[in-house]
Ligand binder design. Structure first.
Ligand code: TLP
Length: 352
């Protein structure tokens, strides 16, 4: 049976072109600054987001951690959306390792309201941790892949600057946001001082994320990356795949968005599934199965037995992430599998 894999776009496999590029990559010791392929990737990444410089890291988590370490001193306050990946899914590294104190602001499906952020930045007082950085996630994972648009980003930037804060973007999926908005990623990134983005999600590289910003910021970030063990020696074999990701894999994200939309619209008609179509802006479909009387883990296990894998958002939330291995013709099989699971639980209730 061919699996339908919707747990995450992180599960995408490298393309043949990436494997060829990896095999043939020219390499050197990147800690010594001598890996020509890493140097090429860093220059390309900086250009794509319109920044002076960029740094190659093994993961998005390390990219965000290094960004927080570089923006904040220990004990500084960082303002984040309440369900942001940095806060929710990165093992508390922002505090445990970077020493930053999170101050959370709840957005609408992950999108921050600049007025709420302004209200959260407290005037300085002897009692408070100094607010130093604002972090914005675009697209927003737990929000359902939602996009923060350019006017909102401009307003968030203005709020941060009015109060002397730097601004970081967790842009793990910035290219999904760019495709959804129909703009270059650099137009999005112009509003932030630093941006982290992943090569290993919808862009299909096997490993790697980038942190971009001005040259001084990236020089300091490079030192912090070394401190947390992210200096990678002959990393050109990985960077080579990243170059293919940035050059060849961005435009096709539109297919993932179309497939997510088609899947969401079909799921909206399935009894037992609740989906808010207004949040389906990119490659994610978040839905709720609470009315089936089972929890997320059980739903995922039963769906897996039908050949479809999705991820869970306990207690009753589910997430499906479209990616290049999921084709338009897979929508029907996916929906049929979901219907089968729902029916199994709804039918006895109807007869009760
Ligand atoms: N997200 C993963 C899981 O960690 C939840 C996924 O499957 O979506 N920022 C954002 C917005 C992310 O979604 C992720 C990964 C990261 C950062 C971290 O990237 P990695 O996995 O490379 O450390």
């Amino acid at each position: 049976m061919k699996w339908i894999e919707l747990r995450s776009d992180t599960l995408t496999l490298p393309t043949e072109e990436m494997r060829d590029a990896m095999r043939n990559a020219e390499v050197g010791d990147d800690v010594w600054g001598e890996d020509p392929t890493v140097i090429r990737l860093e220059a390309l990444a900086a250009e794509k987001v319109g920044k002076e410089a960029a740094l190659f890291l093994p993961s998005g988590t390390m990219g965000n951690l290094v960004a927080v370490m570089t923006h904040c001193s220990r004990g500084d306050e960082i303002i984040l959306e309440a369900d942001s990946h940095i806060y929710y899914y990165e093992v508390g590294g922002l505090s445990a390792l970077a020493g930053a104190v999170p101050r959370l602001v709840r957005g609408k499906s992950g999108v921050l309201d600049p007025d709420d952020v302004r209200a959260a930045i407290r005037e300085q007082n002897i009692h408070y941790a100094p607010p130093t950085c604002l972090s914005v996630e675009n697209t927003h994972n737990r929000g359902g892949g939602t996009v923060t648009d350019l006017p909102t980003l401009a307003a968030l930037r203005d709020v941060a600057k009015e109060r002397g804060l730097s601004i970081h973007m967790d842009g793990a999926r910035i290219f999904n946001a760019a495709v959804a908005l129909g703009v270059d990623a650099s137009e999005i990134a112009q509003y932030v001082d630093s941006v982290m983005f992943c090569l290993s999600k919808g862009l299909s590289a096997p490993v790697g994320s980038m942190l971009a910003g001005d040259a001084d910021f990236i020089a300091r970030a490079r030192k912090n990356r070394k401190m947390v063990g992210g200096g990678m020696r002959q990393a050109g074999v990985l960077a080579a795949a990243g170059i293919v990701a940035l050059e060849k894999m961005v435009d096709r994200l539109a297919d993932d968005h179309g497939n997510a939309r088609a899947l969401a619209e079909a799921l909206a008609d399935v009894a037992g599934i609740e989906v808010d179509l207004s949040t389906v802006e990119t490659n994610m479909v978040v839905f709720d199965i609470g009315c089936l009387g089972i929890d997320s883990d059980q739903f995922a296990a039963e769906l897996s037995a039908e050949g479809v894998r999705v991820s869970t958002r306990p207690p009753h939330g589910m997430r499906a992430v479209t990616n290049r291995h999921f084709r338009n013709e897979d929508v029907e099989r996916t929906v049929d599998a979901m219907k089968a699971v729902c029916e199994r639980h709804l039918a006895p209730r109807r007869h009760a």
